[in-house]
Design a protein around this ligand. Structure first.
Ligand SMILES: Cc1cc2nc3c(=O)[nH]c(=O)nc-3n(C[C@H](O)[C@H](O)[C@H](O)COP(=O)(O)O)c2cc1C
Length: 189
Protein backbone atom coordinates (compact mmCIF):
# COMPACT_ATOMS: atom_id res chain seq x y z
CA UNK A 1 0.00 0.00 0.00
CA UNK A 2 1.23 3.46 -0.88
CA UNK A 3 0.99 6.51 1.35
CA UNK A 4 1.54 10.12 0.39
CA UNK A 5 2.61 12.73 2.93
CA UNK A 6 1.94 16.30 1.81
CA UNK A 7 4.09 18.79 3.71
CA UNK A 8 2.88 22.37 3.80
CA UNK A 9 5.83 24.21 5.31
CA UNK A 10 7.21 27.27 3.51
CA UNK A 11 10.77 26.32 4.45
CA UNK A 12 13.00 23.48 3.32
CA UNK A 13 14.46 21.21 6.00
CA UNK A 14 11.38 21.98 8.09
CA UNK A 15 10.53 20.38 11.42
CA UNK A 16 7.45 18.91 9.74
CA UNK A 17 9.70 17.34 7.13
CA UNK A 18 11.89 15.84 9.88
CA UNK A 19 8.78 14.31 11.42
CA UNK A 20 7.90 12.92 7.99
CA UNK A 21 11.33 11.30 7.72
CA UNK A 22 10.80 9.63 11.09
CA UNK A 23 7.40 8.37 9.94
CA UNK A 24 8.96 6.88 6.78
CA UNK A 25 11.31 4.86 9.00
CA UNK A 26 8.34 3.57 11.00
CA UNK A 27 6.34 2.63 7.92
CA UNK A 28 9.40 0.72 6.70
CA UNK A 29 9.10 -1.57 9.73
CA UNK A 30 5.73 -2.71 8.33
CA UNK A 31 5.91 -4.89 5.21
CA UNK A 32 2.64 -3.63 3.83
CA UNK A 33 3.06 0.13 3.54
CA UNK A 34 5.43 2.70 2.05
CA UNK A 35 5.29 6.41 2.64
CA UNK A 36 6.44 8.98 0.09
CA UNK A 37 6.88 12.67 0.87
CA UNK A 38 5.64 15.50 -1.33
CA UNK A 39 7.28 18.56 0.25
CA UNK A 40 5.72 21.77 -1.08
CA UNK A 41 8.84 23.71 -0.08
CA UNK A 42 10.79 21.62 -2.59
CA UNK A 43 8.06 21.27 -5.18
CA UNK A 44 6.02 24.46 -4.99
CA UNK A 45 2.78 24.66 -6.91
CA UNK A 46 0.88 27.69 -8.19
CA UNK A 47 -2.09 29.25 -6.47
CA UNK A 48 -5.33 27.79 -7.76
CA UNK A 49 -6.49 30.26 -10.40
CA UNK A 50 -9.26 29.80 -12.95
CA UNK A 51 -8.93 33.31 -14.41
CA UNK A 52 -6.30 32.46 -17.00
CA UNK A 53 -4.88 35.96 -16.42
CA UNK A 54 -1.73 34.90 -14.60
CA UNK A 55 1.12 33.07 -16.26
CA UNK A 56 1.99 29.89 -14.38
CA UNK A 57 5.63 28.76 -14.47
CA UNK A 58 6.04 25.41 -16.21
CA UNK A 59 7.74 23.87 -13.17
CA UNK A 60 4.80 24.78 -10.93
CA UNK A 61 2.36 23.18 -13.36
CA UNK A 62 4.49 20.05 -13.44
CA UNK A 63 4.58 19.87 -9.65
CA UNK A 64 0.80 20.27 -9.44
CA UNK A 65 0.30 17.51 -12.01
CA UNK A 66 2.70 15.24 -10.12
CA UNK A 67 0.83 15.92 -6.87
CA UNK A 68 -2.50 15.09 -8.49
CA UNK A 69 -1.17 11.84 -9.98
CA UNK A 70 0.41 10.71 -6.72
CA UNK A 71 -2.69 11.62 -4.72
CA UNK A 72 -4.93 9.61 -7.03
CA UNK A 73 -2.67 6.55 -6.63
CA UNK A 74 -2.27 6.85 -2.84
CA UNK A 75 -4.01 4.38 -0.53
CA UNK A 76 -3.61 6.68 2.47
CA UNK A 77 -2.39 10.19 3.28
CA UNK A 78 -0.53 12.08 5.93
CA UNK A 79 -1.00 15.84 5.99
CA UNK A 80 1.86 17.70 7.68
CA UNK A 81 1.76 21.39 8.45
CA UNK A 82 3.46 24.08 10.47
CA UNK A 83 1.25 26.14 12.75
CA UNK A 84 0.79 29.45 10.92
CA UNK A 85 -1.37 32.01 12.73
CA UNK A 86 -3.18 29.35 14.71
CA UNK A 87 -4.07 27.11 11.81
CA UNK A 88 -2.57 25.03 9.01
CA UNK A 89 -0.55 26.68 6.27
CA UNK A 90 -1.95 28.38 3.19
CA UNK A 91 0.48 26.32 1.11
CA UNK A 92 -1.15 23.12 2.31
CA UNK A 93 -4.65 24.49 1.76
CA UNK A 94 -3.71 25.52 -1.76
CA UNK A 95 -2.36 22.02 -2.46
CA UNK A 96 -5.59 20.47 -1.15
CA UNK A 97 -7.56 22.84 -3.37
CA UNK A 98 -5.80 21.25 -6.35
CA UNK A 99 -7.19 17.84 -5.24
CA UNK A 100 -10.73 16.47 -5.02
CA UNK A 101 -12.99 14.04 -3.17
CA UNK A 102 -12.01 11.39 -5.75
CA UNK A 103 -8.49 11.49 -4.31
CA UNK A 104 -9.54 11.21 -0.65
CA UNK A 105 -12.79 9.27 -0.60
CA UNK A 106 -12.74 6.81 2.33
CA UNK A 107 -8.92 6.80 2.47
CA UNK A 108 -7.26 6.98 5.91
CA UNK A 109 -5.59 10.32 6.65
CA UNK A 110 -3.08 11.00 9.45
CA UNK A 111 -2.58 14.57 10.68
CA UNK A 112 0.64 16.11 12.08
CA UNK A 113 1.73 19.66 12.82
CA UNK A 114 4.57 21.62 14.39
CA UNK A 115 4.50 24.92 16.28
CA UNK A 116 7.33 27.34 17.06
CA UNK A 117 5.43 29.33 19.69
CA UNK A 118 2.86 27.80 22.00
CA UNK A 119 2.37 24.19 20.99
CA UNK A 120 -1.11 23.71 19.56
CA UNK A 121 -3.23 20.99 18.00
CA UNK A 122 -5.71 23.53 16.69
CA UNK A 123 -4.32 23.42 13.12
CA UNK A 124 -5.15 19.71 13.16
CA UNK A 125 -8.73 20.30 14.31
CA UNK A 126 -9.10 22.67 11.36
CA UNK A 127 -7.60 20.08 9.01
CA UNK A 128 -10.06 17.45 10.29
CA UNK A 129 -12.91 19.57 8.96
CA UNK A 130 -11.24 19.81 5.55
CA UNK A 131 -10.53 16.06 5.44
CA UNK A 132 -14.15 15.28 6.29
CA UNK A 133 -15.26 17.59 3.49
CA UNK A 134 -12.99 15.68 1.11
CA UNK A 135 -14.59 12.42 2.37
CA UNK A 136 -11.31 11.17 3.84
CA UNK A 137 -11.12 9.30 7.16
CA UNK A 138 -8.94 11.29 9.58
CA UNK A 139 -7.60 8.75 12.10
CA UNK A 140 -7.99 9.61 15.82
CA UNK A 141 -4.29 9.68 16.79
CA UNK A 142 -2.52 12.84 15.70
CA UNK A 143 0.85 14.47 16.43
CA UNK A 144 1.42 18.09 17.46
CA UNK A 145 5.09 18.85 18.13
CA UNK A 146 7.14 21.92 19.05
CA UNK A 147 10.48 23.08 17.62
CA UNK A 148 12.09 21.93 20.89
CA UNK A 149 11.25 18.30 20.06
CA UNK A 150 13.80 18.33 17.22
CA UNK A 151 17.58 18.22 17.03
CA UNK A 152 20.02 19.00 14.25
CA UNK A 153 22.77 16.75 12.90
CA UNK A 154 26.25 18.16 12.23
CA UNK A 155 25.33 18.80 8.62
CA UNK A 156 22.28 20.81 9.71
CA UNK A 157 19.58 18.25 9.00
CA UNK A 158 16.68 18.24 11.43
CA UNK A 159 15.49 15.05 13.13
CA UNK A 160 12.80 14.11 15.66
CA UNK A 161 14.69 13.97 18.96
CA UNK A 162 12.04 13.73 21.66
CA UNK A 163 11.54 10.11 22.76
CA UNK A 164 7.90 10.52 23.79
CA UNK A 165 7.07 11.86 20.37
CA UNK A 166 9.04 9.04 18.79
CA UNK A 167 6.77 6.64 20.70
CA UNK A 168 3.68 8.57 19.68
CA UNK A 169 4.84 8.52 16.06
CA UNK A 170 5.12 4.72 16.25
CA UNK A 171 1.56 4.42 17.64
CA UNK A 172 0.35 6.85 14.98
CA UNK A 173 1.88 4.72 12.22
CA UNK A 174 0.51 1.49 13.76
CA UNK A 175 -2.95 3.01 13.76
CA UNK A 176 -2.75 4.10 10.12
CA UNK A 177 -1.43 0.67 9.11
CA UNK A 178 -4.34 -0.94 10.93
CA UNK A 179 -6.84 1.29 9.09
CA UNK A 180 -5.14 0.58 5.76
CA UNK A 181 -5.05 -3.20 6.27
CA UNK A 182 -8.57 -3.56 7.62
CA UNK A 183 -10.06 -0.98 5.24
CA UNK A 184 -13.21 -0.60 7.38
CA UNK A 185 -14.76 1.91 4.99
CA UNK A 186 -13.74 0.36 1.67
CA UNK A 187 -17.25 -0.84 0.87
CA UNK A 188 -18.46 2.78 1.07
CA UNK A 189 -16.18 3.98 -1.74
C1 LIG B 1 3.35 33.13 8.85
C2 LIG B 1 3.73 32.42 10.12
C3 LIG B 1 2.82 32.34 11.15
C4 LIG B 1 3.15 31.67 12.33
N1 LIG B 1 2.20 31.57 13.32
C5 LIG B 1 2.46 30.83 14.42
C6 LIG B 1 1.47 30.64 15.41
O1 LIG B 1 0.34 31.14 15.32
N2 LIG B 1 1.78 29.90 16.51
C7 LIG B 1 3.01 29.32 16.65
O2 LIG B 1 3.23 28.63 17.63
N3 LIG B 1 3.99 29.49 15.72
C8 LIG B 1 3.73 30.22 14.61
N4 LIG B 1 4.68 30.37 13.65
C9 LIG B 1 5.99 29.73 13.84
C10 LIG B 1 6.06 28.36 13.14
O3 LIG B 1 5.08 27.49 13.66
C11 LIG B 1 7.47 27.84 13.37
O4 LIG B 1 8.37 28.60 12.57
C12 LIG B 1 7.65 26.36 13.11
O5 LIG B 1 8.98 26.01 13.38
C13 LIG B 1 7.31 25.99 11.69
O6 LIG B 1 7.48 24.60 11.50
P1 LIG B 1 8.22 24.02 10.22
O7 LIG B 1 9.70 24.10 10.45
O8 LIG B 1 7.73 22.61 10.13
O9 LIG B 1 7.79 24.86 9.05
C14 LIG B 1 4.41 31.08 12.48
C15 LIG B 1 5.35 31.19 11.43
C16 LIG B 1 5.02 31.85 10.27
C17 LIG B 1 6.02 31.91 9.13
Amino acid sequence: MKGLMIIGSAQQNSHTRALGQYLIGQFNTHDCCDLEIFDLAEKPIHTLDFTGVNEVPEAYQQHAKELQEKAREADFFILGTPNYHGTFSGNLKNALDHLTMDDFKMKPVGLVCNSGGIVSSEPLSHLRVVVRTLLGIAVPTQIATHDHDYGKTEDGKRYLKDEEFQLRARLFVDQIVSFVNNAPYDHLK
